[in-house]
Every structure is written in C-alpha cells, then in structure tokens.
Write a protein that binds this ligand. Structure first.
Ligand SMILES: *Cc1c(COP(=O)(O)O)cnc(C)c1O
Length: 337
C-alpha cells in the first residue's frame, strides 16, 4: 500500500464507510449484484466525497497558518457546504464565490444547501455570472481577507487538485482492505465524474495499489471527449504528488456520457427514476444533481448490456442528499407549487 502518512491529514470520519449489498435494488433491476459504498456517510454536515478531499486540504491550510477557507461552487454546492462545515470544526472562517451557471438561480432563501450555508453561518457569499474566471474571483476574496490582516486559503472547485485527490487514494486503499475482509470480489466500480478529484484520485489509487477493478466514471457535466482529459490530468497530478514515477495509461480513464443532459444540475427523467427507485427499494437517498444522474448511468448500462448480469458492481455513493429539498416537485413528478 502506498504510504500517505507523509501528508498532513485531519480526520473527519470514524472508520471506513460501509460497503452494503443492495438486495431489493438488485432484484428490481434484474441485473448484476449491486453493492454500495456509503461515502454519503462520511463525516461533516452531512458528509460526502468532499469530506475525504478536505482532510488533506484543510490540514494544508492549517499548516500554512490560514484562518479563512475560500472556495467556489454552483448554487446548490455540496462542496461549499462541506468546506464550511470543516471550517467551523477547525475554528476557521469561510467565504464562497457562487457561480450562477443558470442566471438568477441563486437565492439565499432557497432550501437545500443554500439554507445550510445560512444556518451554519457562512461569512460571505459573492455571486458571479456563469463562465466567470473562478480562480480570479477567489483571488479577489483572498486579497480582501488579507487587507483585513487575515490569511486566506483558496480551495479550487470541488477540492479537485492533487492534494484533494489524495482523499480518493485513501478511499481506494480503504476499499481494497474491505473487499479482502468481506471476501468480496468486485468486477467494476461505478462513480461520478465532475470536477474529477474523485475519479482521478481513484484512478491514481488503483494504479498505486495494483487494484485491477474496472472503474467507470459517469459524467455529471461533460461527455467523455471533454471529461476524460480532465480526469487523466488529475490522476497524473496525484501520481506525481505521490512520486510514483508512472505515466497514467489513457485506457485507465473510462468515462460515460449521455446522462447529465440537458445541462449540469438540470433534472431529467432518468435521474428522477433512479432517485425514486433507490429510495423505494433500499431507503437510500441519492441527489438530483450528482448521484441521481450517476445512478441513472449505471441503470442505463445495466439495461443496455454494457454491465453484464454476471458482474458484481460497486456503486460509490458520493453523497449530496441535502439538495433533494430544492427539487421536491420534480422528484415527485408533480407540478411546481
Ligand atoms: C462533487 C460531487 C460529485 C463529483 O465529484 P468530483 O470529485 O467533483 O468529480 C459527485 N457526487 C456528489 C454528491 C458531489 O457533491
């Protein structure tokens, strides 16, 4: 196992997240056997995949004596919520830049994550139009914080840089250990692919630990021709940080598209079906922006035979449930109030 102990790390979760068999969901799909790794049960408020990345990123912020975390995201950003939660736990302040990819879509009175931003007392939110240079916008906040005699630490969108990706190297190692202990043979892991820290970190973690399981990333905002290069770059950056001396083979990055349309965060029917089906067969909550579409991708691949009936599949549940409460009408197929 590659040694991660030379990287400072905070701990936000007690022990490994469970790997559970989903018997009713498996039966409903009449397909392969499906297990779920419950990264929706990671620590922080409530946790998700960003928790793992922040263990390394926040440790770095603390090592650099920073007192304010600055990050960015979409209006219903899970990453912003979890960053704020980590800041609170560490006694730091937290500021966001919110990118309105859909004009007028941010309202501090909205439910879901927006409500939680306010409840947990975010220090400030700056809203900018879609397509803005987010790094430049965060730099402005960094300057403003410095002008107050404080020190900011900028975390990129989704926490997806090399350091953040280590969180998913750690996840790959945790999973490897669990499969051994549970005597479980998995043929394929299905996971989401967005800002790419999760997918890229897992690619690096599989390489670093000689894990030979197919890894299929379902895009939440891009089709494979745009997503795969992003994931490859992230995986390479993580391998370089680990000083593995390897070039990531292009075929280790497998991306699937077609399930995120019409647009990032905008609902579609396959997402609604996936969220309803898992809730009604296993009582497990997905979310409308990420895991609902990622699961829709897995269901689609089961139905079109890309994932064989004889496979054992592990779905990585990356969290996100709070944003369900900003999409209630859509998820119940009813007209908006
Ligand atoms: C951010 C997020 C993802 C995507 O992960 P990336 O590391 O950005 O690719 C998937 N699921 C949920 C719930 C998320 O919040």
């Amino acid at each position: 196992m590659v040694d991660l102990s030379r990287f400072p790390r905070r701990r936000y979760t007690h022990g490994p997240t469970p790997i559970d068999f989903a018997p009713n969901f498996t039966k409903a799909l009449d397909g392969p056997k499906i297990w779920i790794k419950r990264d929706d049960q990671l620590g922080l408020t409530p946790g998700g995949n960003k928790t793992r990345k922040l263990e390394f990123l926040v440790a770095d912020a603390l090592a650099s004596n920073c007192d304010t975390l600055i990050t960015c995201g979409a209006p219903q950003s899970n990453h912003c919520r979890i960053t704020l939660s980590a800041a609170i736990k560490e006694g730091l302040k937290c500021r966001f830049v919110i990118e309105e990819r859909i004009p007028g879509s941010y309202d501090e009175r909205h439910s879901g994550n927006n409500f939680l931003f306010q409840l947990m007392g975010v220090e400030s939110i700056t809203v900018v139009p879609g397509g803005s240079d987010m790094a430049a916008e965060m730099q402005k906040i960094q300057n403003a914080v410095e002008a107050e005699g404080r020190k900011g630490y900028v975390i990129p969108g989704g926490g997806s840089n090399a350091l953040g990706g280590l969180g998913y190297v750690a996840c790959a190692q945790e999973m490897q250990q669990q499969l051994l202990e549970q005597n479980l043979k998995i043929d394929r892991v299905v996971l989401g692919s967005g800002s790419s820290g999760t997918h890229g970190g897992m690619v690096a973690g599989f390489l670093a630990n000689s894990i030979n399981i197919q890894l299929t990333g379902v895009g939440v905002s891009r089709d494979p021709e745009d997503q795969a290069p992003l994931v490859h770059r992230e995986a390479q950056a993580v391998c370089d940080l680990l000083e593995l001396g390897v070039t990531v083979p292009a075929d280790k990055v497998q991306c699937v598209g077609g399930y995120w349309q019409p647009k990032y965060s905008v609902p579609n029917d396959t997402m609604v079906e996936a969220v309803q089906l898992l809730a009604r067969t296993e009582g497990i909550l997905l979310d409308p922006v990420y895991t609902g579409k990622i699961m829709a991708g897995m269901i689609g691949m089961i139905r079109n035979g890309t994932i064989g009936k004889d496979e054992n599949v592990l779905f990585l549940h990356t969290g996100g449930a709070p944003s369900l409460f900003a999409y209630e009408d859509v998820l119940l197929n009813r007209d908006a109030k």
